[in-house]
Design a protein around this ligand. Sequence first.
Ligand SMILES: C[S@@+](CC[C@H](N)C(=O)[O-])C[C@H]1O[C@@H](n2cnc3c(N)ncnc32)[C@H](O)[C@@H]1O
Length: 193
Amino acid sequence: MRRFFVVGHRASTDPRFSLDDLAGGAGRMDILLNAANAALLLAHDLRRDVEVGLLLLGPPTPPRFVRLVGFRLKSYQPDIRSNAALIRRALVDVSRVEAESSPGVYGSIATFAEALDRLGPTFVLLKEGGKDIRVASLPADATFVLSDNQELLAEEERLLTDRGALVVGLGPVALHTDHAIALVQNELDRRGA
Ligand SMILES: C[S@@+](CC[C@H](N)C(=O)[O-])C[C@H]1O[C@@H](n2cnc3c(N)ncnc32)[C@H](O)[C@@H]1O
């Protein structure tokens, strides 16, 4: 199983966030949805062996955790507006216990640390300046951790360090979150992992 965890520091937790303002009023929800697409989509299929965790930390009721499980997804589209509607539905039920709001989409209340514990078992923090992925040995079944357009907070990085996360870089320039995921997928595909 390949897992990607993306932190949306301002991503809306309002189940009525506007589908017409994903990059603005919804707190850069577009970044999370493009990241999910990069993790889950192939040209003509879904990657069934991928799980995506999205942590939404924007107002009004953070923290909320949405998990997309590739092998169970049914109505997942390349169109991020349609997928934003799946996220909205996952935000309706406010509970610490995960609920499947549509096939393969699970919503719950979870902190950064709790989300890590539901993903795992090993972690790779993708960060500029980390060990070059071309020479890094990647743990099996790792969860790859990325941020949105903001740096991870020091406390978030500490929680990853405490869990023994490997810090891996993808080259000399800062990439968009979805492009970083595409490079990781390509590397894993090439390794046959
Ligand atoms: C847009 S970047 C984060 C903010 C960026 N540091 C900035 O100055 O705008 C989004 C995420 O993609 C990943 N990323 C981007 N470029 C990377 C690189 N060269 N190596 C590893 N990860 C990278 C990181 O996980 C990062 O948190």
